[in-house]
Design a protein around this ligand. Structure first.
Ligand SMILES: [Zn+2]
Length: 350
């Protein structure tokens, strides 16, 4: 029996429990069993703690492979034996893929029809003593990167994906909405491509980090709504922030959504993190999209290997985002702590 930080099915107070009678995960062919060394609590975990059911949380991890289940079909098909990563320290892409559906066959395995997502959708996550993920998802962590850095591989990959979705180079005015971990990582990535990038946030301590990284920043209350930004990146997932983005972006400009949008049922205190009067209270009007001929683009995860390489070259600072350390045994409390506004990233050790 294992420990796992699980969301239960009920809507009672104790939705998240540390269950110490969770059965061991069983590896499917081609899957690895991983023992996490360090994990990070993300905004998505807090959202899932309110909305999911019967799920082990967690998708930011660095861990050691304990077992690899051979895949005889893959061997027979000549697509190569499953890599033997036993004993290796790994990070991993959180979305699985099947290789056989129409999306996978057309090179869009990130959008596999049978996709499962670690700790998010149809796959138990890494806030546990052991968890399973396909070997194809895993990347060996470079020795030069410590566990603290490796935990951020997923979020850094999300930040790196954004310039794939929309061109940042040149002279467009770019605003990043939010000052959570994803926004701060994205701002660092984009500033290297375009010095005019600015962060609109609300927490003064985060502005000190922006100063350190030479990233422009402003309090969101002080931003003019002049519809003059070429690109607005929405990193928070707060539904109200899309309304703010539509007031900032110029006609024919682009809004990139990369924060996971919260369902409307999320209580107001989680929504009002950007600008109180733009918190979701009425149906969002999409009229500005039509009248301004706006582009709205979604951006999700990127390459874990690239994220590790960028961190290994010290091109991005992730360690400054760590605001608290605790252990899996205090996981319920860790989620509570992570929900406090002064926290950026709470890390847990096994
Ligand atoms: Zn597929």
């Amino acid at each position: 029996m294992l420990r796992a930080l699980r969301v239960t099915g009920g809507l009672d107070q104790a939705r998240v429990v540390l269950d110490d009678r969770t059965p061991e995960p069983k590896a499917q062919p081609g899957e690895a069993i991983i023992r996490p060394r360090r994990v990070g609590v993300s905004e998505a975990d807090l959202l899932l703690a309110r909305t999911a059911s019967d799920l082990t949380l967690g998708h930011e991890f660095v861990g050691v492979v304990e077992h690899v289940e051979p895949d005889e079909t893959a061997d027979r098909a000549g697509s190569g034996a499953v890599r033997n990563l036993v004993g290796k320290r790994v990070c991993g892409s959180i979305s699985t893929f099947c290789r056989t559906c129409d999306m996978c066959r057309s090179g869009l395995s990130a959008h596999c029809r049978k996709r499962t997502v670690l700790g998010v959708s149809q796959r138990d996550g890494c806030f546990a003593d052991l968890f399973a993920l396909p070997v194809d998802n895993l990347v060996e962590a470079p020795e030069s990167l410590d566990d603290d850095a490796c935990v951020f591989a997923h979020q850094v990959s999300r930040a790196l994906q954004l310039p794939q979705a929309v061109r940042i180079e040149g002279r467009p005015y770019v605003t990043v909405l939010g000052d959570n971990a994803l926004a701060l990582l994205t701002a660092q990535v984009l500033t290297r491509l375009n010095a005019s990038v600015r962060v609109l946030g609300t927490v003064p301590e985060r502005f000190a980090l922006c100063e350190k990284w030479q990233v422009k920043h402003r309090h969101s209350d002080e931003a003019g709504r002049r519809q003059d930004q070429d690109i607005v990146v929405e990193s928070t997932g707060d539904p109200g922030a899309l309304a703010l983005a539509m007031r900032l972006v110029r006609p024919r400009g682009t809004i990139v959504l990369q924060g996971m949008p919260a369902p409307i049922a999320v209580p107001a205190e989680r929504q009002a993190t950007l600008h109180a009067d733009e918190a979701w209270s009425a149906p969002l009007s999409l009229t500005p999209v039509v009248s301004g001929e706006l582009n709205i683009v979604g951006s999700r995860d990127g390459s874990i290997a690239e994220a590790l390489a960028v961190m290994a070259r010290a091109e991005i600072d992730v360690v400054s985002l760590i605001t608290r350390r605790t252990k899996l045994s205090d996981g319920v409390e860790a989620l509570r702590t992570a929900a406090q506004p002064e926290q950026i990233r709470v890390l847990m050790d096994a």
